[in-house]
Design a protein around this ligand. Structure first.
Ligand code: ADP
Ligand code: MG
Length: 249
């Protein structure tokens, strides 16, 4: 997305639609993680981060994953989001076997089926809040007018209707994360993955952003997985896990 610039956005005709995103269908379970292994090798040392970890998450619920710094929370979330490859085991999201997808399918999965929120907002600095939220949909092929309408509605849900024309530098930390929350939902993903979404915020803003994230996911029937070590944020989830010694409990 970084190669985009503002003039390109206003000049471009509607992008072609259609992706190879795998369909997410199926019963009560959305996410199935079976025996996932991940290690990092540096020099002669092998760091076993995930050691055969298994769990399931039902469609439409929220789950919080806690654990000490360095326990592998981001690694796990990145594997679920198709950003990193597991070294063993299987991850299924709906009917898509993420661990078997070729790069093209993975890229479609990431852009169409998953919404990401990170500790740092990753908003594009040259684009307004409204443009930041609409861009993923526009890039995925939605007509500009529709994408803008949807982005406006999502920004209204995170109480930012009066800030849509602001650039990231003109927003507070909490407001930027609220934009990131709105953006994570624009492509109507089945799964929202949030990695320490309130990690940079003070307690009041943290509580507000977390509430908007949970409420937004609930309103749209999204499955939400939040990595956090904020007890208040974690306690709002319907199920809770702890990552410890490479396993989830
Ligand atoms: P957490 O998010 O729980 O703090 P991470 O998943 O980021 O933990 O990292 C888990 C462990 O793996 C840490 O010890 C980290 O240093 C290590 N690690 C993460 N990414 C890499 C990498 N690309 N290469 C080598 N080690 C890594
Ligand atoms: Mg992390």
């Amino acid at each position: 997305m970084n190669e985009l610039n503002r003039s390109e956005l206003s000049a471009t005709a509607d992008a072609p639609s259609g992706t190879n995103a795998p369909d997410i269908e199926g019963g009560g379970i959305l996410v199935r993680v079976c025996d996932v292994v991940k290690q990092y090798i540096s020099g002669t040392e092998t760091l076993h981060v995930l050691k055969g970890l298994s769990f399931e998450i039902k469609r439409g619920i929220s789950a919080a994953i806690s654990g000490q710094s360095g326990s592998g929370k981001s690694t796990l979330l990145n594997i679920l989001g198709g950003l990193e490859k597991a070294d063993g085991g299987q991850v299924t999201v709906g009917d898509a076997i993420i661990t078997d997808l070729p790069e093209k399918g993975l890229s479609a999965y990431r852009s169409r089926r998953v919404g990401f929120i990170f500790q740092f907002h990753y908003l594009l600095k040259d684009f307004t809040a409204l443009e930041n939220v609409m861009l993923p949909a526009y890039i995925a092929g939605m007509k500009k007018k529709e994408a803008l309408e949807l982005a406006r509605a999502l920004l209204s849900d995170v109480n930012l209707s009066d800030r849509i024309g602001h650039f990231p530098s003109q927003l507070s930390g909490g407001e930027r994360q609220r934009v990131a929350v709105a953006r994570s939902m624009i492509n109507d993903p089945d799964l929202i993955l949030a990695d320490e979404p309130t990690g940079n915020l003070d307690p009041d803003n943290s509580a507000a952003v977390a509430e908007l994230l949970y409420a937004g996911a609930e309103k749209r029937g999204k499955t939400l997985i939040v990595v956090t070590h904020d007890e208040t944020v974690a306690s709002r989830a319907s199920v809770r896990f702890t990552l410890e010694n490479g396993l989830l409990r």
